[in-house]
Design a protein around this ligand. Sequence first.
Ligand code: GLA
Length: 501
Amino acid sequence: MKFLRILSIFLLAAVCSAADLTGNWAVKKPLLDGTYNWAYFNLKQEGPKITGTIRTTQFYYKITDSTGGPDDFTVTASMMDGKNPRKVTYKGKLVGDDELHIFTERRGETTEDIAHRAPEGEGAMPARVDPPALHKVPDNGLAKTPPMGWNSWNKFGHSIDDAAVRGVADAMVKSGMKDAGYVYINIDDTWEGERDAKGNIQSNKKFPDMKALSDYVHSKGLKLGIYSSPGPNTCAGYEGSYGHEEQDARTYAAWGIDYLKYDWCGARILYSDEEMQAIYQKMGDALQATGRPIVYSLCQYGRQEVWKWGADVGGNLWRTTGDIRDNWDSMTKIGFGQDEHAPYAKPGHWNDPDMLEIGNGHMSDTEYKTHMSLWSMLSAPLIAGNDLRDMTPAIHDILTNREVIAIDQDKDGKQATRASKSEDQEIWVKQLADGAQAVALFNRSDKDAKMTVKWADVGVKETPKHVRDLWEHKDVKLGKKSPEYSTTVPGHGVVLLRLGK
Ligand code: GLA
């Protein structure tokens, strides 16, 4: 017995001294918000070969190639979700028995991180919970017209914090945006902290007290929205709701949250696109079980024809596209690409071509008017994405044009469709509840263009009695029997009309 013990200690010592890379190595880098960036190198050295996995916060890789050994090695690893071709390469060396020095090269610069031994299993991909069977989640009765509000991501990204949210809420009221119909103040990614010992999600240092923040936002007559992912991590690498769906929904309800944007991103590591519906249903059920009215916003970039099942999982809106950018090409590619989704928009359930970029500085005011008009024609959620504390009068006027907002908020919720297109000019028409039509003349060319709308082409039989230009805030004078209306539309601009009987 004693001999065996001595032998095993001797063998262990021999293994350890044979400078082997085998082990679970962790680098934990603190961020200013109190959370961490993680990297785990779970390595196995088999002779000259190094195998294993690498996790860098939300990204999981499998090592596919290696050269060298403990004194100097290189490993190349491929993303584990199968679809993403992304590869990463790390160089490293073992120093003593507990330091793995990792060298990362980025844009010609090398950084060195020191990883230490971590318990086996720490940082590993969580076990997969199979998706539930499909059923229909009852309608929550919310968002009868497209939600209007503000979201932090487009302007603030990672830098959003409690003070900025309060400032934006103040500005929402002061600027008259609240009176124009904007109500939701939505915090996007990067608010999340660690879970406590009971698994409750906590906010990070940037948001010291979520309940107090929601009380503040509510005291202004506004509502508060939050963000999470069905995956273990969010897009930005923060804690997701995976395995804690019901618990998180209860936490949001206790904080007084009124809107959840639920972003697929981190879930792709565990689930296929075909399983999305069931995974979104899970949170749909969890939100309803809280008993609090919470608008449910699906963010999975329009995959799996979400417009066909978004309402069935309890969704009030669903993204139909990838992320918008603050430029003409991105905005128009998204906005003018929405025609086929029109039949699926209805009160309570909306196509979401992503948040507004109006006022973020990389389009002209004319282009932002096109953005506002197009989104309103599409019955799209009007979620401003600029810094409301600092708006030019022109941007303020675009965002608060009540005649345009009324087109978006029409109670029938019929999304516009394309009536005609020639070269760079397009005419879209939207049927309104009172029998009127909204007609938008869009000029996608960068030169001014004369455009003509024939009433017959937009489904209007007789010359409309009342034609209103919603940006000029003026009635348009027409001959009694004129079959059409012609006007000059500025390059990248729009003329938005309301045809009344
Ligand atoms: C994704 C979403 C964005 C935003 C970011 C946050 O890219 O599509 O709207 O929420 O994640 O990480």
